[in-house]
Design a protein around this ligand. Structure first.
Ligand SMILES: Nc1nc2c(c(=O)[nH]1)N[C@H]1C(S)=C(S)[C@@H](COP(=O)(O)O)O[C@H]1N2
Ligand SMILES: [Mo]
Length: 243
């Protein structure tokens, strides 16, 4: 990475960027710590959180890979998390389920789960890190989001990709993160179809971001230039949520 970040037509040294954000955030030791104070908005610091988003996207290399792990390190049993208890995970019928494709795309035809499974697959053994203080290693497989977006003729110059879920959860991510090679639309967990509680039939697996970005039970993908926010992001979690 170079030590210069160029955004908003201003060249600022990396040291200057970090120094400024440390003063604003009041805590942390680097880009990875920018989300360590997730409730900035509780303090009326929405603009600081959005500034952190700008800093993080300027510092993030779209090519840096998240760590992979050997199979022996897979966490058993894998923890469940959602904004409700595990017994309330939505039961989605994959026979009638369709992935809706919305916004800035050429081809909005809804996709079946079989169509997604027949696309090129990427399998990864990576760590999911929850902001609540736990992490776990698992293996997920599915079509890379960048391949899927190309296949529907998505506007790859748009700013955001939003995911809406069967349980009324939603998240959105920046386009460079959506195009990252490890960002996948996962249909498998431990080489089998996703279990109900882990997001059946389709979830986002994005190992370069915190757990809450990994939308489960996806029903709609939307490509948009209008900032979509997210379920936790709108309650104060940092939107970029990069690791
Ligand atoms: N649809 C949906 N997706 C979701 C959530 C949720 O409540 N609903 N919770 C998020 C959070 S906070 C985490 S840490 C991960 C947990 O994924 P897991 O149950 O596979 O561990 O899912 C994320 N995706
Ligand atoms: Mo989480």
């Amino acid at each position: 990475m170079t030590d210069k970040a160029d955004f908003n037509h201003v060249r600022i040294s990396r040291r200057g960027l970090l120094g400024g954000s440390l003063v604003l955030a009041g805590a942390g030791v680097g880009a990875g710590a920018l989300w360590s104070n997730p409730k900035l908005t509780d303090l009326g610091l929405n603009s600081v959180s959005r500034w952190n988003d700008t800093v993080q996207s300027a510092l993030m290399s779209p090519h840096q890979l998240a760590s992979s792990y050997p199979a022996e390190q897979i966490t058993v049993p894998f923890p469940f998390n959602a904004f409700y208890p595990e017994s309330q995970a939505p039961a989605v019928d994959s026979a009638t389920w369709r992935l809706q494709v919305a916004g800035r795309v050429a081809d909005r035809r809804p996709r079946t789960i079989e169509e997604l499974r027949s696309m090129p697959q990427e399998v990864q053994t990576t760590r999911l890190i929850c902001i609540e203080g736990w992490s776990a290693v698992g293996r997920w497989g599915g079509v890379p989001l960048n391949l899927f977006m190309r296949s529907v003729g998505a506007d790859l110059g748009a700013r955001y990709v939003a995911f809406r879920c069967a349980d009324d959860y939603w998240v959105s991510i920046d386009m460079p993160s959506a195009l990252h090679p490890q960002t996948i639309l996962a249909t498998t967990f431990l080489d089998r179809p996703l279990p109900q509680e882990f997001g059946f039939p389709l979830r986002l697996r994005i190992p370069t971001k915190l757990g809450f970005k990994n939308a489960k039970h996806i029903v709609t993908i939307e490509i948009t230039n209008d900032f979509p926010g997210g379920f936790w992001e709108n309650q104060g979690y940092n939107w970029f949520a990069g690791l």
